[in-house]
Design a protein around this ligand. Sequence first.
Ligand code: SF4
Ligand code: SF4
Length: 305
Amino acid sequence: MNSAVVFNIQRFSVHDGPGIRTTVFLKGCPLNCPWCHNPESRSGRPEIAIKADRCLGCELCAPACPQGIAGPVNPLTNTNRPDSTCIHCGACVDVCPSGARDLLGETMGVDRLLAEIERDRTYHEESGGGVTFSGGEPIANGNAPFLLECLQECGKRGIHRSVDTCGHVTTDTLLAVAERADLLLYDLKIMDDARHRLVVGVGNERIHNNLKILADRGHEVWIRVPLIPGLTDDVENLTAVAEFAAGLARPFPIHLLPYHAIGGDKYGRLGLTYQLGDLAPADPVLVNEQADKMRAFGLEVHIGG
Ligand code: SF4
Ligand code: SF4
C-alpha cells in the first residue's frame, strides 16, 4: 500500500469543488509562489514549526531530542530552530508544555486516509460534495502513486473526487490522474513565460500544454486564477488567460480567487519570510470588473471557489 505525507485534512470545505468537501493536503510542491497560503506544503517532508512567542525557556525539549538540536527559541530573534539534521520524530513536540512546537506532516497509508474521508460521507452525499486532493502538489513530488490509489478506492466507494493541481507535472501522470478523478482544479497564474519563471520559479509551457491536452481529451476542469495585486491581476495577464481559455477545445469555467493574506503568519513559524506581508486584499469592485471583462470572451466566470 502507498503512503504520503499529509499535513492537513480540512473538513466542511466549500472552496475546492462542488458541494461540501473534505480537502486533503499533501506535502511537496515544485513551485514557489510568493502568495502561497500553505508554506508548510513546499517541502515534501514533515517539519517542525515554532511559535517563538510561546516558548517558556523551560528546556524540556533539549534532553528529549535524539539529535541534540532542540532547545529554547529566542522570541525576539526567532533563532535556534531545528536544522537539517532533524529527523521529525516529534519527541520535542510531545514534551513541550506550551505548544511552542508543532510537527507538520504525518505519513499516512491509503486505508488510514480513506477512513478519515469516510467520516464525512453523510455531508458529501447531502451536499453533492466529496473529497479534494490538494497540497502542495498532489500529482508531483512522489505523491502520485498514493494519489492514484486513493482515487481508485474513492471511486469504488462512490465518493466524488477532485484534484487541485498546478499543472507542472508529467503529462502521463496527469492523464492517469484525470482518468480516475471526476474533476481537476487547474491553476493558471501568469501567462507570460519569463514572468511566470521569475515569480513562481518554473516556466509555464508544460502547464499550458497539459491543459490543452485535458481539454482535447474531454476531461472536466475548473481553471483557477489567483488574483494577486501587482503580480497576476493586470489587464494584460487576465486578457491572456481569457484568450487562452477561450481557445481550448472545451470551454472550462474560470474561478477567480481574490488575494487575502491568510497564512502569512505561518512563514515565521517555519523560519521563512512572507514577501507579500503588506499587500492589501484584492478590491471587490475591481474583481467584479475583471470577471466581467473575462465574461466578454464568452467564458463562464465565477468569483471564489
Ligand atoms: S523533531 Fe525530533 S529530531 Fe527534530 S528537533 Fe524535535 S526531537 Fe529533535
Ligand atoms: S519545551 Fe517548548 S517551551 Fe520549553 S524550551 Fe522547548 S520549545 Fe520552549
